[in-house]
Design a protein around this ligand. Structure first.
Ligand code: FUL
Length: 513
């Protein structure tokens, strides 16, 4: 956690430089703001900053899993010590297929394998260090955890990403210029020997190394290599494509903007950076990523530019990131996991759920039970959209065409009230009195994020009753409330940065009485 603090002075990457934004032009991942621009113009620009194709693919994953596994699993630590004995690493029943099947059952479409944590022990037989599985008794030193995970991903149709910790307390090179080349060599092995890698996850930890020195990381060099070898991979956390939400609790912000500001100081540097054309990015100290508000009107009014930089919520199913036997009774239960799902995926974020394999090399039974419980509740909840057959009325009658897009379960199609209209009411007649306790909304995020304020009401006792209010929607917003019985409901978009493009409206009932 402490090293996440580095993100407070972390980076923002201007992932694609664009010229000023005009409606109808190609989607832009980034816009500049001119010094004398009006607030109306800034807001309109914000409404049209869009995800890049790789960010779109990433957002649609919704649930992803993390596997923290390594020497710490056997030494019962969270952060390992320098050069611990590789003989410690000896899983007896390692089955990467089991990990991937469990992740898939939980709903994950992608997994992240920790290839090297801060202790420096490599889970693949790297040619660039002796501190790896090669020196362990597991498979007589012939094993390769990354290869096994990659094969299991291919077999089960899941994507793979890797976590390679830049901080390495065991490397004798750490703290010297040579270390950057060493890190790039290791990264190259991972990006070339294991097929498609869909994401590289860098954290910002930068502690002391074996010689007591800290490293100045060559981030730009790392990014160049990723873009070169795996151009479709997103670079997360200490990278240009995906932002850390700011906590490790599993709970995202109620108001979560995927469009965030870049300061005036740094937009100038973007233009002048020669490496920018290769990487399409530049660092910027952003300030507090743990702030409750990152993208409101107040936050973007003095920006030099705006970028699409969506949030990822990372959390472990256990108190620790690595497996510890004494935490077997502390695994989050199915209801807690459901709550986390609603508070991450349901708050315009991707969930990155850590399920750490145990000393056997298997996901522990308690973790499996909890994930099965979560899946059952989510599957039962989302099996039926209770609004699927509703008839839709728009008030006032701005634009009646395409309303069926709201209910077609295809988030690529959408309904919009029309050019420049930022307030609208969508009224639905469910056909009969219906009990529900969950609302799902999605915006056509490919065209940007716009809705700022909405209210959901139901017609009960001959009047409209407010059921729940919300601010941002983005890719997906899920809201739960006490069960309501009604036939008529309505969604009012009270404020939007440009015309809202609503792609999904869903009503559901959780399987609780
Ligand atoms: C942090 C690390 O220090 C933890 O050990 C863990 O890997 C977490 C996901 O990121 O920065």
């Amino acid at each position: 956690m402490i090293y996440k603090i580095y993100l407070l002075i972390g980076v923002v990457i201007l992932s694609q430089v664009a010229n000023s934004q005009t409606e109808g032009s190609a989607p832009k991942n980034f816009v500049f703001i001119e010094p004398d621009e009006t607030m109306d113009s800034i807001i309109l620009k914000a409404a049209h900053v869009c995800p890049s194709p790789r960010q779109i693919a990433w957002q649609e994953l919704e649930v992803t899993c993390f596997f923290h596994f390594g020497i710490n699993t056997f030494t019962n630590r969270e952060w390992g010590l320098k050069n611990e004995d590789p003989l410690n690493f000896n899983p007896t029943l390692l089955d990467a297929g089991q990990w991937i099947r469990i992740a898939k059952m939980a709903g994950a479409k992608l997994v992240i394998m920790v290839a090297k944590h801060h202790d420096g022990f490599c889970l693949w037989p790297t040619e660039h260090s002796d501190y790896s599985v090669k020196k362990s008794p597991w498979n007589n030193g012939k094993g390769d955890v990354i290869a096994e995970v990659a094969a299991a991903c291919r077999e089960n149709g899941l994507k793979l990403r890797i976590y390679l910790s830049p901080w390495d307390i065991s490397s004798p090179l750490y703290g010297t210029e040579e270390y950057n080349q060493h890190f790039i060599n290791q990264l190259r092995e991972l990006l070339t020997n294991y097929g498609v890698i869909s994401e590289v996850w860098f954290n910002g930890a930068c502690g002391e190394g074996a010689n007591g020195k800290k490293q100045v990381y060559d981030w730009m060099g790392y990014y160049e290599l990723v873009r070169d070898l795996q151009p479709d991979a997103v670079i997360a956390i200490m990278g240009p494509d995906v932002r850390w939400v700011g906590t490790e609790s599993g709970y995202g912000r109620e108001t979560e903007w995927s469009v965030v500001p870049v300061s005036k100081t740094y937009t100038g540097k973007v233009i002048n950076d020669p490496r920018q054309s290769i990487i399409r990015g530049l660092y910027e100290p952003l300030g507090d990523r743990m702030d409750i508000d990152l993208g409101s009107r107040e936050k973007i009014k003095d920006a030099g530019g705006l970028i699409w930089y969506p949030s990822e919520v990372d959390v472990s199913i256990r108190p620790g990131w690595f497996y510890h036997e004494d935490q077997d009774s502390l695994v989050k239960n199915a209801d807690q996991m459901v709550d986390i799902y609603f508070s991450s995926v349901g708050r315009n974020s991707v969930l990155l759920l850590n399920i750490p394999p145990d000393k056997r090399g298997l996901i522990h039974e308690n973790d499996v039970k909890s994930l099965e419980g979560m899946r059952k509740i989510l599957d039962e909840t989302f099996a039926t959209n209770l609004a699927a057959q509703a008839s839709i009325k728009i008030i006032p009658e701005y634009k009646l065409s395409n309303t069926a897009n709201l209910l077609d379960e295809d988030n690529k199609t959408f309904w919009t009230p029309g050019k420049g209209i930022t307030y609208c009411i969508i009224e639905l007649d469910l056909g009969k009195e219906t009990v529900f306790d969950c609302l799902m909304l999605q915006e056509n995020f490919r065209n940007g994020q716009r809705v700022e304020d909405f209210v959901f009401e139901a017609w009960i006792n001959d009047q409209w009753n407010e059921i729940i209010k919300g601010t941002t929607i983005g890719y997906k917003r899920l809201l739960r409330f006490d069960p309501v019985k009604a036939q008529l409901v309505r969604l009012t978009v009270l404020s939007s940065r440009d015309r809202p493009e609503i792609s999904t409206f869903g009503l559901y009932k959780l399987p609780y009485d």
